[in-house]
Design a protein around this ligand. Structure first.
Ligand SMILES: [Fe+2]
Ligand SMILES: [Fe+2]
Length: 184
């Protein structure tokens, strides 16, 4: 198990709590998917699983000696370890409320708002750059991202939705029958 003290700091950060609350208020009447902390955590977990599976498919086993081996291998191969992947997932929609207020793309607003939170929580400059690029790319088609983290977030964002049991799917612009399949 790889502990994540910096991710736990994000969850306790005043700005994270404030922006999560603003998202909740802005989406109180929304009938489609909401973007609360549960969605952020689901995306974080699925993005991490996706990158672990991708590593195994691309390069073989992760299970050589050392408890932090998987983390080291992901860092070496994709430039992002477990904490960066989780931080990106948890923060990817943190700017959603900004889009409701000003129509600014929430991926770009989220990248901007995430930066000082990540700094406060002890992420390095290099880690912050990769995380904010991933956040800024999370709405792109997964084949169009420049970063592997952006691709993981874009895929996880769709896979995190329970479309099959959604009462609003008939009117949802995102819904397709294929989204009812569990892929990860
Ligand atoms: Fe989003
Ligand atoms: Fe999302």
């Amino acid at each position: 198990m790889i502990s994540m003290p910096r991710v736990n700091r994000i969850l306790q950060h005043r700005s994270y709590e404030e922006f999560s609350d603003k998202n909740k208020q802005a989406e109180a009447e929304r009938v489609y998917c909401r973007h609360g902390s549960d969605h952020g955590l689901a995306v974080a977990r699925i993005a991490y699983i996706y990158l672990l599976e991708k590593y195994i498919e691309d390069r073989g086993s992760l299970s050589e000696a050392g408890t932090n081996n998987a983390n080291i291998r992901l860092e070496e191969s994709y430039g992002v370890g477990k904490e960066s992947i989780y931080a990106a997932g948890i923060l990817h929609d943190i700017g959603r409320w900004v889009e409701y207020e000003s129509q600014e793309d929430h991926a770009l607003a989220g990248a901007r708002l995430a930066r000082p939170i990540l700094r406060d929580c002890g992420f390095t400059d290099a880690e912050i750059e990769r995380i904010v690029i991933g956040i800024s790319e999370h709405r792109l088609h997964p084949d169009k991202t420049s970063s592997i983290l952006g691709q993981a977030l874009a895929l996880a964002d769709d896979w995190a939705r329970d479309c099959k049991s959604c009462p609003s799917k008939a009117a949802c612009y995102k819904y397709t029958k294929a989204m009812e399949d569990i892929l990860i």
